[in-house]
Ligand binder design. Structure first.
Ligand SMILES: [Zn+2]
Length: 483
């Protein structure tokens, strides 16, 4: 009797297939990077080069981190352990208006580029993708084009209004990047120079994205007092241009604004009802993290330093303690620390839960891998959702949570063949213990690996806890058909 010979068999697990449908018990057979069979594979007779015992375990599609800043880490630290240890098999990079390409013209700088670390940027997306393909990514990666990069590459004064020539240059650069396979445009309207952009500039760029059938994502202009207007601004752009739009890491900061997600989500639903394709993402923590912005030191009580160029020894310290030690104001201490990064404790748990449970909300880590003392979301986001919001608070069913991390992002970002455990799909798979999976990274020990993730396969090759001979990730490029 002849038997199929599989590259991998995952035996006896509970399949949570990513669609949100209830789990069921089955084996999975993988051949040539894809899921070839699901069912009773008669493992005592079938041959497999690699047999994974998944009894008492959940077998799910690999998680898709829709909000990464790992653009240059694929070059600088290609092991990406902070991703693989969580079960992440695909990441979307190029968020918040900053991306690995195009490189700014000489003399143009922006503080927000520090989110990417200090590896040199690339001149173009085709050069960036060629480099990723040459070194081979550990996990799959798809990239957005940062609006700040476009301004810094096209404008002699990147905080001015673009003249018609500069606007045309930005649109051309975006068009080239999308033709090279980038999946969309991201804006960071809360930062300079992106925040200097007015409606006409943004609409021109979002229209280029729409023409390619690409996506538009935004770190919106304001996530505090003016959050509602800021949400409406980006959704209006998407509506006007006919472009699918994602609100990144949605939140309402500062106590006076807690609870306002009730209204932002109602407005979001209003836009959806008008037919705009819109989605959002969130990280499962009630503190945010980005570069240190000294103006915030007067507004937010708890600020923790994640890195500082002039004072690297201060990573991990609280701004108030540093101000006391230096006998100066918090604002002065912040000025002394810049360029630096920080964690801001200014969100309410109820808002986090309200956003996370919205049917259009995906999970994105917003992890900052280059930070000395990072926000724990870098290492803990996905297992934290499974521990805290599935097992402990039961805000989400396991099936629902997995869908937010897999099929929903694959559909929003157009990642075909990913995000579901179905025959014919790419074999991006995570095997975990639903009873013990948990984040271990904390504010005090932010780089502790998560527990309970047993196996992580990227295109059928196991990457968790072992370095494969060849890194198995793919660069996921948007197909180039123009609308
Ligand atoms: Zn952001």
């Amino acid at each position: 009797m002849e038997h199929l010979s599989y590259d991998v068999i995952i035996h006896g697990g509970w399949i949570v297939d990513g669609t949100g449908e209830p789990r069921y018990r089955a084996d999975i057979g993988i051949i040539d990077q894809k899921i070839f069979a699901i069912g009773d594979l008669n493992v005592h007779y079938a041959a497999a080069a690699h047999l994974i015992d998944a009894h008492q375990r959940v077998v799910a599609p690999g998680f898709i981190d829709v909000h990464g800043h790992d653009d240059l880490m694929f070059v600088a630290r290609p092991g990406l352990e902070w991703k693989t240890s969580q079960g992440v098999t695909t990441v979307i990079v190029g968020n918040c208006g900053v991306s690995a390409a195009p490189r700014p013209i000489a003399g143009n700088v922006a503080a927000a580029l520090a989110l990417l670390g200090d590896t040199p940027l690339f001149g173009s997306f085709s050069a960036y993708f060629a480099q990723l393909e040459a070194i081979r990514p550990m996990i799959n990666v798809a990239a957005l084009v940062g609006h700040a990069n476009l301004r810094l590459s096209a404008m002699s004064d990147p905080v001015a209004d673009p003249n018609p020539q500069e606007q045309q240059t930005m649109e051309t650069l975006l068009d080239q990047a999308l033709r090279a396979g980038a999946i969309g445009l991201s804006t960071g309207l809360a930062y300079a120079p992106g925040g200097n952009a007015k409606t006409a500039e943004l609409l021109g760029l979002v229209r280029v994205a729409a023409k390619h059938g690409a996506i538009h994502t935004s770190h919106i202009r304001n996530e505090a007092d003016d959050v509602e207007a800021a949400v409406d601004e980006v959704l209006s752009l998407g509506h006007e241009a006919g472009c699918a739009t994602v609100i990144s890491h949605h939140k309402c900061m500062m106590p006076a604004n807690w609870g306002r997600t009730v209204r932002t989500l109602a407005n979001f639903d209003g836009f959806r009802n008008q037919g705009i394709k819109a989605a959002m993402d969130v990280y499962p923590y009630n503190a945010s993290s980005t570069i240190l912005i000294p103006e915030r030191s007067d507004l937010i009580e708890d600020i923790k330093i994640t890195w500082s160029e002039p004072h690297p020894e201060c990573a991990g310290a609280y701004l108030s303690d540093l101000a006391a030690r230096w006998q100066c104001s918090r604002r002065e201490a912040a000025e002394r620390l810049t360029p630096a990064g920080a964690i801001y404790f200014a969100m309410e748990e109820a808002d986090v839960q309200r956003v996370l449970s919205h049917p259009c909300c995906m999970v994105g880590s917003d992890g900052l891998p280059d930070d000395e003392n990072p926000h724990p979301r870098l290492w803990g986001t996905f297992p934290r959702v499974l521990r805290k919001y599935v097992r402990q608070t039961q805000l989400l069913t396991l099936e629902h949570a997995v869908a937010k991390m897999t099929s929903l992002p694959a559909s929003v970002f157009g990642l075909s063949g990913r995000g579901k455990v179905k025959v014919g799909m790419h074999a991006d798979i995570v095997v975990f213990d639903p009873d013990t999976v948990q984040d271990r990274a904390t504010w005090e020990s932010p780089t502790l690996r998560s527990a309970g993730i047993d196996h992580v396969l990227v295109n059928g090759v196991e990457v968790h806890a072992s370095t494969p001979p060849i890194r198995p990730g793919h660069v996921l490029k948007r197909s180039t058909s123009l609308r």
